[in-house]
Design a binder for this molecule. Structure first.
Ligand code: I3P
Length: 119
């Protein structure tokens, strides 16, 4: 699965608030249990479009993720306490990091949640 997600790093160690708390948009690919983030969201979208129209996967090596999160032991949940933006879900990671992600709509949010949890 791939798409655009807003991301905010919310907690570290399960309780400590992070210093950098602003939202930022990333291009994201979920492959197996690897969640890969691309800071250049427009470049990412252009590459993904080319890839969709191609029989070859030769374009893939051009995409170098800026961050990779292993989600095998993480849990994605809808967070009803977070009310400022819509379509936001929380990723709870085993070492205590918690991220907030904003999807483009409700269907996308549910799709990310289920694919992250069952990857
Ligand atoms: C943060 C930014 C985030 C906001 C966060 C602020 O400020 O406004 O959008 O999160 O609030 O600290 P800055 O850009 O200066 O880092 P929300 O949009 O989720 O409210 P927070 O500290 O309450 O998470």
């Amino acid at each position: 699965k791939s798409g655009k997600l807003g991301r905010k790093v919310d907690l570290i160690d399960g309780k400590k608030k992070t210093g950098l708390r602003s939202w930022r948009i990333y291009g994201v690919i979920l492959s197996g249990s690897q969640l890969m983030f691309f800071k250049d969201e427009s470049g990412f979208t252009a590459q993904m479009k080319k890839l969709k129209n191609s029989e070859e996967s030769a374009i893939l090596p051009v995409l170098k993720p800026d961050v990779i999160l292993m989600t095998a032991d993480s849990v994605a949940v809808y967070d009803k306490n977070y009310e400022k933006y819509k379509n936001v879900f929380r990723l709870v990671c085993p070492k205590g990091h918690q991220y907030l992600f904003q999807a483009e709509n409700d269907a996308e949010m549910n799709d990310w949640i289920s694919k992250i949890n069952y990857a």
